[in-house]
Design a protein around this ligand. Structure first.
Ligand code: SF4
Length: 340
């Protein structure tokens, strides 16, 4: 059965028109769902009961279950149980500029990045739009505070679930939906070139982050299998075209892995690779896990790497670390309850 939290305003308008009713009921319903935050159709007072009964037969209003919550300083990780018994995680981070949530887009992931815990389980399925919307809605309810920023960087490759992702953006960005400004939404991809091209035509000004993690094909091939399909000589020109078309800025994510991609030579190569691109580089200190062999770069080398980029006039930041103690940090989320 479909779920109402997967419907854009246009979907609902189509639904009401399709049953011979009025389009404006869609806006009324949207406002009940996202402004008044109802949990049952019986709370709706300005749409006829017959219409609501018909709607309920078509679209469930049921929410997911949160089956575990782990907290650390300024971070909280939520384990969701989906209706088919699968599990995914989302992470809330409290920043000084507001609450930010990192959501998952798939159960498992097929991209196989070697340093990533989330990708150890192969993709089972894409998340439906409503499963992405409900991660946000339910955490906001538990928190009792507004979530102002959303990043799609949890379990899964978001561009491998493109259509559902776009619907998710349309719902959370809509002024009568969750009204999250496009500039407060970021999607991260490991580099699916055709989808980056497609995304350049998407009208909302959503931020794009590219998981780069290596400055040469040889190195990137060895840690990110996707590079064999879309190597840097395809990826970088695509990003340049994306920037020309959209006039936006892109963020390059770069996880520093000890003795793999953290040398001063790598920093110089990286600066050369992205020269002239309107971008930020986000250096991410690696969070070690028991299951993977990679080690964390020490602080002195992180700073050397940072300084080389700075010296080359690259806009660079070192990501503030969140959630390492509860495996809620980048690349540590899992989609199997028993592994937690
Ligand atoms: S880093 Fe992202 S794309 Fe790569 S395996 Fe992990 S979840 Fe998938």
């Amino acid at each position: 059965m479909k779920n109402v939290y997967g419907c854009t305003l246009e979907d609902l308008e189509e639904y009401f028109l399709g049953i011979g009713s009025k389009k404006f009921h869609a806006m009324q319903l949207f406002s009940w769902l996202y402004e008044k935050r109802i949990e049952s159709y019986s709370e709706v007072t300005n749409i006829k009961k017959e219409l609501l009964d018909a709607l309920e037969k078509e679209y469930s209003i049921e929410r997911l279950k949160i089956v575990d919550i782990q907290e650390d300083t300024d971070v909280c990780k939520y384990l969701f149980e989906l209706f088919d018994g699968e599990h995914i995680e989302a992470v809330l981070m409290r920043h000084d500029y507001g609450n930010s949530i990192c959501i998952s887009s798939q159960v498992g992931c097929n991209m196989g990045c070697r340093f990533c815990e989330s990708g150890r389980r192969k993709k089972v399925r894409n998340l439906e739009t409503y499963e992405m919307v409900l991660q946000l809605l339910m955490i906001e309810k538990l928190l009792g505070e507004r979530i102002s920023h959303v990043v799609v960087m949890g379990i899964g490759e978001p561009f491998d679930n493109y259509d559902n992702l776009i619907h998710f953006f349309q719902i959370i960005n809509h002024p009568k939906g969750l009204a999250i400004g496009a500039r407060h939404i970021t999607v991260s991809t490991c580099g699916l070139v055709p989808k980056i091209e497609e995304f350049s035509d998407f009208p909302l000004q959503i931020n794009l982050a590219i998981s780069l993690h290596a400055p040469t094909n040889e190195l990137r091939d060895s840690i990110m299998p996707i590079n064999k399909v879309y190597p840097l000589d395809k990826l970088i020109p695509t990003i340049k075209r994306y920037l020309d078309k959209t006039n936006r800025r892109v963020t390059f994510e770069y996880i520093l892995l000890k003795d793999i991609n953290d040398s001063c030579e790598c920093a110089e190569e990286l600066a050369h690779l992205i020269k002239g691109i309107n971008c930020y580089v986000n250096l991410i200190p690696y969070n070690e896990t028991n299951n993977l062999e990679f080690k964390r770069t020490n602080t002195i080398q992180i700073m050397r790497f940072y300084d080389i980029l700075k010296k080359n006039n690259v806009n660079v930041t070192i990501r503030k670390e969140f959630g390492g103690n509860i495996s809620a940090a980048c690349g540590q989320l899992r989609s199997k309850k028993e592994e937690l």
